[in-house]
Design a protein around this ligand. Sequence first.
Ligand SMILES: [Zn+2]
Length: 218
Amino acid sequence: MVDTKQHEERNDLGVKPGPRRQCAGCAKRDFADALLRVVLDPEDGTLAVDLADSRFGRGAHVHASKECMQKALRGGFAKVFKSKVEGTAESLAEQVVVAADRRIEGLITGARRGKLAIAGADVVREAYREGKAALIVVASDAAAAAKLPEVQDAIGQGKAIGWSNKQRLGAIFGRDETAVCAVLHEGVAEAIGRARAHAAPFATAEVRSEAWSSSEDR
Ligand SMILES: [Zn+2]
């Protein structure tokens, strides 16, 4: 059903063609990276979203949309797990947003430890001009940083995202506050983009209405 053209478009999100999986909701096959992985806790039948693909056990896949989640909860998940499942599309969506937020935090933290992320407007601007910045992350409450020409250019290129706030971004870099940072590693940048793309359909209207961060939401 899904044609090749759509898959090529997906690559714009930083999604590389890989193994395909079936969505437990709409039953269409899609690249695993474009789907959410959901695992079942066999003890209580609850579902957990696994954005990092790291949890053991049998996983089901579903598109990051309420419609597919609702369909999957009505039967698709039970079929995959061969057992009764508990949960609502709302609780799954909330999990996706929280998990994506934590994953982005973890990815930036890991990049900083590996000296693959730098913070501060001056160094970020320089890195971007030199083509070293794979992704710019702007704190969502950093309006001035969002207006920097390099950041505006990065937004236009789909190479910038808004995330969290100056305090949380600062904590990653051992500072009180950080308005902007750059991730220098392509793979880490792609993983951050994926986490964000998974959560985007469920982000609040408030988050999505931020003009400067809307360009990379598709
Ligand atoms: Zn689907």
